[in-house]
Design a protein around this ligand. Structure first.
Ligand code: SAM
Length: 269
């Protein structure tokens, strides 16, 4: 990989999160976490020079890769010219996901994501009406910890809930910094999230859930009831709190996903 970069005089760009994974074992671990079989369609965001793509193309029925950096497009086209199951889009993946709302329900995301946009990309996919069946994402350790957090942890918050409403965390493993080129300033991990077999809320309720969670965590140290009163009538909130047995003093960070779901159902009724 370093040879190819030198030969083509390619300098990696920090702002595009270009820390390339060169360790074969870690690449295989990420691909294996996708549990990709020939019947699967796989979305890869940020293929770079294509080391993960190569494993995915060998296993999946279809691979769609979206790369923002124009310099890698001819390299990827050349590398996968013979792969009939490979489609490459030159685009900003986050913008594409926002403007082109596809049915991703039969897809799996397997990617070493650009860290600066990893959270919005995962939220965009998780909130899609037809969200992917599995998300396997390599990202900053701190973000990975938030994705798999439980209410007793400091990492628990908005990102946890927006993603866990639709996904169950199934695993998280650390990837040593030495496996990347250039070595990133932050620790990295790969998270595995599997779409829930049943939706906890319908789409309209899901939008209310997002409003509640965003408002509840807008000031983490404040009582959630006070914050929610900016958006919902006090009478309705107090009735919901009473039914759920919630303490009026409770802060958002103490509520479980299930309690947020129940609160949403009450406020939607
Ligand atoms: N998959 C390669 C690997 O594992 O070595 C590269 C991963 S690197 C962490 C992130 C990749 O995402 C880079 O190729 C970068 O150019 C690309 N990228 C950055 N921002 C992007 C965006 N908004 N949409 C699509 N690709 C993006």
């Amino acid at each position: 990989m370093k040879q190819l970069l030198t030969e083509r005089d390619l300098r990696l760009t920090k702002s595009l999160g270009q820390n390339f994974l060169h360790d074969g074992n870690q690449l295989r671990r990420i691909a294996d976490a996708g549990e990709v079989v020939a019947a699967n369609k796989v979305l890869e965001i940020g293929p770079g020079l294509g080391p993960l793509t190569e494993l995915l193309v060998a296993q999946a029925g279809e691979v769609l890769a979206i790369e923002k950096d124009a310099r890698f497009i001819p390299i990827l086209k050349e590398r996968f010219a013979a792969a009939k199951n490979f489609t490459l889009l030159h685009d900003d993946a986050l913008e594409l996901l926002k403007r082109d709302r596809r049915d991703w329900s039969a897809w799996k995301l397997v990617a070493n994501l650009p860290y600066s946009v990893a959270s919005p990309i995962l939220v965009e996919l998780a909130e899609a009406n037809d969200c992917p069946e599995r998300l396997v994402a390599t990202l900053q350790m701190e973000v990975a910890q938030r994705l798999v957090a439980t209410p007793d942890s400091d990492h628990y918050g908005l990102l946890t809930l927006l993603v866990q409403l639709r996904y169950e965390p199934r695993g998280c493993f650390k990837i040593p910094s030495s496996c990347f080129h250039p070595v990133p300033d932050v620790d990295s991990a790969c998270v595995v999230l599997v779409r829930r077999s049943q939706m906890l809320l319908d789409h309209a309720q899901g939008r209310t859930f997002t409003r509640i969670v965003k408002r509840g965590f807008s000031q983490r140290r404040k009582m959630m009831l006070k914050l929610l009163k900016q958006d919902w009538p006090a009478v309705k909130l107090e009735a919901a709190y009473a039914t759920l047995g919630l303490d009026a003093q409770v802060r958002a960070e103490k509520l479980s996903l299930e309690q947020f779901v129940e609160l949403t159902r009450h406020l939607c009724s």
